[in-house]
Design a protein around this ligand. Structure first.
Ligand SMILES: [Cu+2]
Length: 190
């Protein structure tokens, strides 16, 4: 019972792990939020989930505006739902969907200072490399609990046929040997 409870708790821990592992992404990595960075490239290959955080680090000539898709496409910050300045802005990703950011400084968005981040539900399996990371620990662990109980029932069943086959073969061989022996004796006697 104790080990079962521990196992259940462990599985619950595993199930909860992806939600617990909230990630903070530093936008643009070392470069930060600035001109001359391709943020489309920066987003590529990353998986963002509700609960993760984006951190924008930028100089005084830059700001961060949250805009809709139209504002993003047109580099228009007039309809921004949120605007930040100060050089260090942390955005908590709270909604599934794509969130759009632009730098409202004239010319900067047109020069590439725009960022569209697709935010997934925490439970959604990642489409790329991140999914492998959560899955690989789960796969080895799920098999081991299921294997440990199954070997005892499955092994007997798989072992039972092979012994009976072996026994059957053994019987056939012994009958053959007996026949051969009798043949030899018969030949010897005649
Ligand atoms: Cu800027």
């Amino acid at each position: 019972m104790g080990s079962t409870t521990a196992g259940v708790l462990f599985l619950l821990l595993l199930a909860g792990a992806p939600a617990v592992l909230a990630v903070t992404f530093k936008v643009g990595d070392v470069a930060g939020w600035t001109s001359g960075v391709n943020y489309t490239t920066w987003v590529t290959g990353k998986t963002f989930r509700v609960g993760d955080t984006l951190e924008f680090k930028y100089g005084p000539s830059h700001s961060v505006s949250v805009v809709n898709k139209a504002g993003f496409d047109a580099c228009d910050s007039s309809g921004a739902t949120q605007s930040f300045s100060g050089g260090d802005t942390k955005i908590n990703l709270t909604t599934v969907g794509t969130i759009h950011f632009i730098c409202p400084t004239p010319g900067h968005c047109l020069g590439g200072m725009k960022l569209a981040v697709p935010v997934l539900d925490p439970a959604t399996p990642s489409p790329k490399s991140p999914p492998l990371a959560p899955r690989s620990p789960r796969k080895p662990k799920t098999p081991s609990p299921s294997e440990s109980p199954s070997p005892s029932p499955s092994l007997p069943t798989s072992t039972t046929p092979s012994p009976s086959n072996a026994a059957f073969k053994g019987v056939t061989v012994s009958y053959g040997m007996m026949g051969l022996t009798m043949l030899v004796i018969f030949v010897a006697m005649s």
